[in-house]
Design a protein around this ligand. Sequence first.
Ligand code: NAD
Ligand code: UDP
Length: 334
Amino acid sequence: MNILLTGGMGYIGSHTAILLSEAGHQVHIYDNLCNSNIDTLNRIKKITSKDIAFTNGDIRDTEKLFNTLVNEKIEIVIHLAGLKAVGESSQKPIEYYANNVQGSISLLQAMQSANIKTLVFSSSATVYGNPVYLPYDEDHPTAPTNPYGRNKLQIEEMLHDLAVSDKAWSIACLRYFNPVGAHESGLIGEDPNGIPNNLMPVIGQVVSGKLPLLNIFGDDYDTPDGTGKRDYIHVMDLAEGHLAALNWIKNNPRLHIFNIGSGKSYSVLEIIHCFEQVSSHSIPYQVVNRRPGDLPEYYASADKAKTVLGWEAKRGLSDICNDSWRWIKNPKII
Ligand code: NAD
Ligand code: UDP
């Protein structure tokens, strides 16, 4: 199939592009490179030995999107483009609403005009907010606690209204948990601009000597070792989740929501120890105050994705650390 990936040059999009291309799909990436690098395209081509089309464009440019959809004969869109830093979303909320919500409206308008009505959307576990119970299942109440999470929920609600208004739409909202890891080739991985906020990229920068140490945000949570626990999902498992979702959604109209997580959680200290083991490097750290807004623990019920899509995470923590390490020590020269 001809598939458009908005935001396909980014961390999750680039790994998904590889998997879709290797599965025989024609992949077209649409990205404005605001948080990615054109080098990634060469790396994707090198890994797949396939042609990957690319348009440098903003999702808010409805006309450019429309022309791309029509000219490339796109059949399905995977919508990953967006700004994703939770902390930054509180400092620059309007930028986030403009990029993420307005950008999604623009995409939906272009898709409607081009009569393309099959969509996979990158949502987030952030939509759930404080756990009423764990694991979060898809029926857990949604109460996001920051503008980024509210962007995601507003887009989901908009997609719901659209699918109710027109039965020709088939939409899968994938609520990702914590994507980590890298492609097993070591040629692509997460490479954030500036100082990273998320645990794995920070560990990567400490191991590679770019940062002197890791700040652990609190060791007094009600968890076995006191540090925060999350559901880390290997990015290639996540890519496989997109493939499963698009295979299923094309025959199943309306809107469907799926958690994409492993169903397990690991603490900060467990991640550090696993990384130390696979890299044979020690990771210096200090315990500092809790990060405002952090939850002690959350993880997915991934039962729906398993039952309905036939998808489940196959890779474990040591795969995550090994693949990340291979990416971190790669000299990053194509
Ligand atoms: P990323 O920043 O690496 O990739 C996003 C891509 O979108 C980038 O290449 C960026 O250049 C592009 N982009 C942003 N705004 C754009 C615009 N207006 N027009 C065109 N391109 C634009 O992020 P990622 O980690 O790959 O995340 C992909 C999606 O998954 C995002 O929507 C994000 O919110 C969502 N998500 C990510 C995580 C995570 O922890 N990484 C968790 C849950 C959900
Ligand atoms: N964390 C940490 N130090 C860091 C970054 C993160 O201790 O420099 C902790 C954080 O408190 C949380 C876990 O690592 O318990 C995962 O944080 P991340 O930002 O990666 O994901 P999120 O909290 O958004 O799920």
